[in-house]
Design a protein around this ligand. Structure first.
Ligand SMILES: *Cc1c(COP(=O)(O)O)cnc(C)c1O
Length: 422
């Protein structure tokens, strides 16, 4: 197995991300556990308390609009503006990303919408990965143009295509690396260089990589998006989204995208997701180890015609994965001979799998698998043609099984898959 190099810059968090008690800088595992947390000053509780209140006592006569909002992060007013549990999770994710700030949302989709509607206006142009989370692709194609935002869906792994698509009014490139569902990477430093040259922003959906798998900020990403429903929460029991970035960009988003658009994360979900996030660095190591074992077993299986995993030498962008990622994560895509066979295997999986759940979503401790036939996905979401369709098919063929390798014993997962592939 090729272990990814530790590509990260010094990501040790600063004291203000980890709570007032600590001084100096701390490592990633410490950050995941203590980031944003402090013992309860009233009760002395060591674990975070849950604060569900929607309104907070004002100690002076204040303005009613969010434009009068206090700069003190410990001063709360109304739960759509901020909440102690959400603030705790935001500090934790910012610490793990090595960024100044973070803003949480009710879902990954709310976070994506927040980026587009905060940083793009009528007359602006954006480049969005032509293969990305289906909901984001549909939002970009169907919704943004209704507001006068010009959208080009481009294969961002093809830098010539990117250069050809950039316009004087391009304000944002939205990448996803590795992308859902085909595990194709984008060269984030190269994209950052291009968009920064004209003063625009680079956002990247790093849900598949998690904050542990990729040092997005060091690669030049201005806005790092996560569906925290996935790896960061990690247990499949709470939805949420997050965007990490500089204080200036995140504060702009806080006013627009949460206070005005309103898709805020609930305190209970923040509390649950923060508990999951504490073990993220450990889980990512185990996801990578399990995924490598499963990917190698699939690659050796006679019924499997192609396996896509960034950690495998056979991945078309393995060299880029090696320089850009610091953990290859737990996501695998694989093909069988054709669409008819894929359909038959999917039906057998529903009947025969006893450990892996045949279900959407990913990044949980439970393994999940789902069949994604190329033609259906093109009709519903991606609508690719010509060279872009060929580029998709070079990865996905007639269709792929998207497998999120959980934390079970890898040999049990392999036996379960073999039972369905037989
Ligand atoms: C799931 C997912 C999303 C959307 O997140 P939700 O929390 O389901 O709204 C966005 N991007 C990627 C890569 C995802 O996997």
């Amino acid at each position: 197995m090729t272990t990814p190099p530790d590509n990260r810059e010094d990501r040790r968090a600063t004291a203000d991300q980890i709570g007032p008690q600590s001084s100096g800088q701390t490592g990633r595992q410490t950050q995941a556990i203590h980031g944003g947390e402090q013992p309860d000053p009233v009760s002395g509780a060591s674990a975070p308390s849950l604060t569900m209140s929607s309104a907070y006592i004002a100690h002076q006569v204040e303005g009613f609009s969010a434009h009068n909002m206090s700069d003190d992060p410990n001063s709360h007013f109304y739960a759509r503006w901020g909440n102690p549990n959400v603030a705790m999770l935001e500090a934790k994710i910012a610490g793990m990303e090595g960024s100044e700030a973070c803003l949480c949302f009710a879902s990954g989709m709310a976070a994506a919408t927040g980026i587009f509607l905060t940083f793009l206006s009528a007359g602006d142009h954006c480049l969005i990965s032509d293969v990305c989370y289906a909901g984001v692709a549909e939002l970009a194609r169907e919704t943004l143009p209704r507001f006068g935002i010009e959208v080009s869906l481009v294969d961002l792994s093809d830098l010539d295509a990117v250069d050809a698509a950039l316009r004087p009014n391009t304000k944002l490139i939205h990448a996803e690396s590795p992308c859902n569902p085909i595990l194709r990477l984008s060269d984030l430093s190269a994209l950052a260089m291009r968009i920064h040259a004209s003063g625009g922003l680079l956002s990247c959906d790093a849900t598949f990589a998690s904050p542990i798998g990729q040092d997005s900020r060091a690669l030049g990403v201005d806005l790092v998006l996560h569906s925290i429903t996935k790896y960061i929460g990690g247990h499949g029991d709470a939805m949420g989204g997050a965007v990490a970035g500089s204080k200036a960009l995140i504060e702009r988003m806080r006013m627009e995208a949460t206070i005005h658009h309103g898709g805020v994360l609930s305190p209970f979900n923040a509390w649950l997701i923060a508990r999951g996030a504490a073990t993220l660095p450990l889980r990512m190591e185990a996801h990578q180890r399990g995924a490598m074992a499963v990917a190698q077993a699939l690659e050796a299986h006679p019924a499997v015609t192609k396996v896509l995993y960034p950690g495998l030498a056979s991945h078309p962008q393995h060299a880029l994965a090696h320089t850009q990622m610091c953990n290859f994560s737990g996501m695998i895509a694989f093909q069988v001979s054709d669409a008819a066979r894929g359909q038959a295997v999917a039906e057998r999986m529903i009947e025969r799998l006893s450990i892996i759940h045949y279900a959407v979503s990913l990044g949980h401790h439970r393994s999940l698998i789902f069949w994604m036939p190329t033609d259906a996905l093109m009709d519903s979401s991606f609508h690719l043609q010509g060279r872009q369709l060929e580029a998709y098919r070079a990865f996905a063929g007639d269709g792929i099984f998207r497998l999120s390798v959980g934390l079970e014993d890898p040999e049990d997962l392999i036996a379960d898959l073999e039972h369905a592939l037989a």
